[in-house]
Write a protein that binds this ligand. Structure first.
Ligand code: NAD
Length: 420
């Protein structure tokens, strides 16, 4: 593998972010070092009986980064080239994210190295149930609460909840969030991350004195986060000019007919140019489009030192976790691009996950209006607090968000002290 293609190590990237932010924090070096380590890591290798009766061995992970402020919280990802360091980075970002929006959770992440696109529903169910059994010792509403992430969904959460409940002997809805509403999922959870990202985009536009109407938006990824964000931008009068999935993107400079595009994607599991004004583009071309807002909403390390200088967007709203490397951050910053960082922009998911967990523990059901009103308030407060730090310390929005998040976690750790 040459240097150009070398996979960027997300954990190294996340640790560098801690070093950058800790320059602005009054935290002793030992505590900074602790924050750069995860708390617990479980690696499991487990067999699954496939549809053709063969047995395949899969590798899965659950990593808890920090639980100083509350139970560990973080998604479960099914992805072919999943690695432990990626899990560590994503768990760390969950810790900072919960702290940025001031929610009493720590950070975790997990997943299985697999390609769900090549598996039947039955195989995915068997994999999910066995994986839940394997990581059972780490899970629980007071210990560690998974949620959906890339290539997992409410159905996968339902299987995790069911398996965990069977092992306990009674129903435990609070062990996962992002469940189907019928099983205690929260109204508004499915839409929460994409919606939250759009709320922060609106705040960014307000701060920069720009209207939403006619704003040209390009979105990488059209899954839970990207697809929902696209719908909300469209509803608010913005023009979604490009959208992509893992294979390709489609582009129409006058704005995509979004409902038709998303309906086609839902029906055929792919994007297609059905109109002559639409053209096919690559994921890399999408990132470099001339647009007002760019929303990376797929996977990590998409904006790097290789393409950052060619990014033309005025605002970047990070729907995905870790889409931008620290080297790219410097380039974007020099170009004057206003960036809403991941640990703020996509915090809507963990925020409504928190609402779901609270409803489960209290056996309450909130209305969608109530969820949305609380989500909006928390996202706007998070944006305001990060912007204030950015302006007062004259630091980029990402560093400001890390200062806020890491600062809160460090203070909680200081107050709790070191045992014994
Ligand atoms: P998803 O599985 O619903 O969608 C993922 C999208 O990314 C799909 O459109 C897929 O085609 C695309 N994709 C996958 N691999 C790609 C590649 N190599 N290049 C380009 N596109 C690719 O997942 P999601 O839940 O929408 O998650 C997307 C991002 O948002 C992830 O970084 C995730 O960690 C983050 N996130 C998700 C949530 C949530 O609530 N689901 C919350 C916070 C952050």
């Amino acid at each position: 593998m040459n240097a150009e293609n070398k996979k960027i190590n997300s954990f190294e990237m996340a640790k560098r972010q801690v070093d950058i932010a800790s320059k602005y924090l009054n935290v002793d070096p030992g505590s900074v070092e602790k924050l750069k380590h995860t708390k617990r890591e479980l690696i499991v290798h487990f067999p699954v009986k496939m549809d053709d009766e063969s047995v395949r061995v899969f590798t899965g992970y659950r990593v808890q980064h920090n639980i100083s402020r509350g139970p560990a919280k973080g998604g479960i990802r099914y992805y072919p080239d999943l690695e432990l360091d990626e899990m560590r980075a994503l768990a760390m970002w969950m810790t900072w994210k919960s702290a940025v929006v001031n929610i009493p959770f720590g950070g975790a992440k997990g997943g299985v190295q697999c390609n769900p696109k090549e598996m039947s529903l039955r195989e995915i169910e068997h994999l999910t149930r066995r994986f839940t059994w394997e990581i059972f010792i780490m899970l629980g509403p007071e210990q560690d609460i998974p949620a959906p992430d890339v290539y997992t969904n409410p159905q996968v959460m339902a299987w995790i909840m069911d398996t965990y409940s069977i092992l306990k002997g009674y129903s435990v809805p609070g062990v996962v969030t992002g469940k189907p509403v019928e099983l205690g999922g929260s109204l508004g959870r499915f839409e929460a991350t994409g919606r939250g990202a759009v709320i922060t985009a609106l705040e960014a536009l307000k701060y920069l004195n720009k209207p939403i109407e006619g704003t040209r938006v390009a979105i990488q990824g059209c899954g839970n986060v990207g697809g929902v964000a696209a719908k909300h931008f469209d509803r608010l009068g913005a023009k979604v000019i490009a959208l992509s999935d893992s294979k390709k993107g489609i582009y129409n400079e006058r704005g995509l007919d979004l409902q038709r595009v998303l309906d086609y994607k839902a029906k055929y599991q792919c994007l297609a140019c059905e109109k002559k004004e639409e053209s096919e583009i690559t994921n890399q071309e999408l990132l470099e489009l001339d647009c007002d807002i760019l929303v990376p909403a797929a996977i990590e390390s998409q904006i790097t030192e290789r393409n950052a200088s060619r990014i033309k967007a005025k605002i970047i709203v990070e729907g995905a976790n870790g889409p931008t490397t620290p080297e790219a951050d410097e380039i974007l910053n020099d170009k004057g691009i206003f960036l809403v960082p991941d640990i703020l922009a996509n915090a809507g998911g963990v925020t409504v996950s928190y609402f779901e967990w609270v409803q489960n523990l209290q056996e309450l059901i909130w209305s969608e209006e109530e969820v949305l009103e609380r989500l909006t308030r928390i996202m706007q407060r998070g944006f305001k607090e990060v912007l204030e730090i950015s302006l007062s310390k004259k630091i980029p929005m990402r560093t400001a968000a890390l200062v806020l998040g890491i600062g809160r976690v460090a203070e909680a750790t200081r107050l709790r002290g070191i045992y014994p």
